[in-house]
Design a protein around this ligand. Structure first.
Ligand SMILES: *Cc1c(COP(=O)(O)O)cnc(C)c1O
Length: 350
């Protein structure tokens, strides 16, 4: 293994390893034989732990990744003749290679470009106007992301307004929660407050970016939407035969608030990084830092100088907008070293 593979980076929260709680749960589940395809105690416990965290009787299905969670979830809402309203920067629009369209058999994505990757009720009203008869797709789903692709969060009040607008137009609401834990930790609210209590019908609950080896959960608050979902998951190639290994880490992070502890740490590291660099000359935050990402505009020479020191991160908006992601395991020391290297690069290029 190279030294590089071990050093903390800011490229993505999915570059981090498995959290100790999830790893211990995997080892614990690795004993003897257990029934396959989810008919096991670990899978039942994981679903119960998620139901308990959300304080409601929802239907829970485990899948391998977020693209499957989003696209199979949206396909449960949409016919091939329907449309999904989403943000132009949303994962479903730009990072899923047409999976929502594919699994729904052709549902169209209708996008809005609003600030900080956050949709607003007016944008939904504009896109949800009835299509001109049979020539246009029927808007049927609103897809939101929490925390958003730009590291911002919707408050419970903002979510309620969006869901109200959607429901009034006959849309169901799907929430991409790849970083849902970061949003809950940031808002210090109950998970229910930014999901079913705000009007969310269907949630992709992310685990991978919060310390699981793999795995997202699809949580149906509107249980009628889960009709035939067992078959849809199988058809989509997402039914794990050794389901206990997908499930056991879920219980480990959902119990005792472990998921929120990890998310709060990642958020705190992003905040610390932002505070350290936001007032440097030539540095400009692209979006408020409300979760575990820092989105910042930097001169190209600074970006190059920081990369030359060995740091990894992604360009996100054009040539000068970059993204720094913090994870459950990002060390405080690495944040400070990274910030110091950015400061030095800024001074060097002045
Ligand atoms: C990472 C991520 C996902 C999940 O992506 P997969 O690679 O399919 O697991 C979904 N939505 C958002 C906003 C993400 O950042």
């Amino acid at each position: 293994m190279t030294a590089d593979a071990q050093s903390p980076q800011f490229a993505s929260d999915n570059n981090a390893g498995i959290c100790p709680e999830a790893l211990a749960a995997l080892v614990e589940a690795n004993r003897g034989h257990a029934p396959g395809y989810g008919d096991d105690d670990w899978t039942r416990a994981a679903a119960n732990a998620i139901r308990a965290a959300f304080d409601t009787d929802c239907d829970v299905f485990l899948v391998f990744n977020g693209t499957a969670a989003n696209s199979l979830g949206l396909a449960s809402i949409c016919h091939s003749t329907d449309a999904v309203i989403c943000h132009a920067n949303s994962h479903v629009n730009v990072d899923e290679c047409g999976a929502p369209e594919f699994f729904s058999g052709g549902a169209k994505l209708l996008t809005a470009q609003t600030p900080h990757a956050k949709l607003i009720p007016d944008a939904i009203a504009a896109l949800a106007t009835p299509a001109h008869d049979e020539h246009g797709s029927r808007p049927r789903a609103l897809a939101l992301t929490q925390a958003t692709e730009f590291g911002t969060v919707y408050t419970p009040k903002e979510l309620r307004a969006l869901c109200e607008m959607a429901h009034a137009r006959g849309l169901k609401v799907q929430l991409d929660g790849a970083r849902f834990a970061n949003a809950v930790a940031s808002l210090d609210c109950a998970p229910a407050d930014i999901s079913w209590r705000a009007g969310v019908d269907l949630l992709s609950l992310g685990g991978t970016k919060n310390g699981l080896p793999f795995g997202e959960a699809i949580v149906f608050f509107d249980r009628a939407l889960a009709d035939e979902f067992l078959r849809r998951r199988k058809q989509g190639g997402q039914l794990a035969s050794k389901m206990r290994f997908l499930a056991a880490p879920w219980s480990a992070i959902m119990n005792d608030g472990v998921w929120l502890k990890h998310a709060a740490h990642a958020n705190a590291m992003a905040r610390r990084l932002a505070v350290a660099i936001e007032n440097l000359p030539g540095v400009k935050l692209i979006a408020p830092v409300e979760a575990n990402g820092v989105f910042v505009d930097l001169p190209v020479r600074v970006i190059e100088a920081v990369r030359a020191k060995g740091w990894r991160f992604y360009n996100f908006v054009g040539a000068t907008g970059v993204r720094f992601m913090c994870a459950w395991d990002t060390p405080l020391e690495a944040v400070d070293r990274f910030a110091a290297d950015i400061a030095q690069a800024v001074r060097g290029s002045a």
